[in-house]
Design a protein around this ligand. Sequence first.
Ligand SMILES: [Zn+2]
Length: 342
Amino acid sequence: MKLNFLRKPTSRREMLRDSVAVAGSALLAHLLPATLHRASAASYAQQEPSAADLLASMRAKFNAAPIQTQKLADNVTMLSGPGGSVVVLNGADGKFVVDTFVAPAWPKFKEALDGLGNAPVKYVIDTHWHFDHTDNNARLHAAGATVLAHENTKKRMSEPHDLPVLYRGPDGALAGLHFDPSPAEALPQHTFATSYQLQANGETVALQHVAPAHTDTDIYVHFQKANVIQMGDLFFNGMYPYIDPGTGGKIDGVIAAADKILSLAGNDTKIVPGHGPLANKVDLTRFRDMLITSRDRVQKLKSSGKSAQEALAEKPFADLDPVWGKGIINSDQFVQVVYLVV
Ligand SMILES: [Zn+2]
């Protein structure tokens, strides 16, 4: 998908507008169908899609992925596909499900869960507040599950949010992703402040909050016996990550979280990223090193007084792009994101 925000501005007013516009259209580009994104970015004179349309398109795009099932241990299964990774601990005590895919994935998600056995879903654990991880909370709660998350996940889901990286329309009005507060039935019923531990199905499941990283709501989930650590969006395996400037995201926190997991993990530990294939310590080390390089380069450009647009023009990640720039977030988008969270 081609981004066209680097076109030469034709007026000072447009140049100013573009400097605000750039990050939002960049961020959304890969998540939107080509036609819709062209409508949003190609011409300010044309009507832009509503925030609701944009969100619906993102859900549809995530939902295009089928669910793939991968067994990680006797009673621990990874489901990957429509909006990242879900892990299920299954057994006589019921199913414990971490993250829930996007809403339109519900029929195939339910089918995948049913395929693991007859035990009801007892707990749903959210790694953070984002919709592609919490969208099916309400459905699973209606089926009898208790939703468990960090207290900030409940707080963030209870608030309206406007993505701060947005483009501007011809009238100067802000447009972009808007999240209404989640309905009461989608909110966690059970929250914790720092850490929480569950014993079930012969497994110890340790939940741990980290300092603001991808958002200020992140936890990782350690299945201790199975030797599996699920990181949610603290880890995008093999691709540039999104870091959410609107709800407390900080690149230093993502680096610290990676270091923390690297200190916990052994060479055989299975590490489940929020997006991308199943990983191990080597993969996470590469991701951490890429983040340090990216942070240092963008910090230097920012400290020297360069705007986000000027930093982007320097192509600071050119050598990293062949490996990292082909996922959800491309190089130009990641420059903009890092600029906001260093
Ligand atoms: Zn996320």
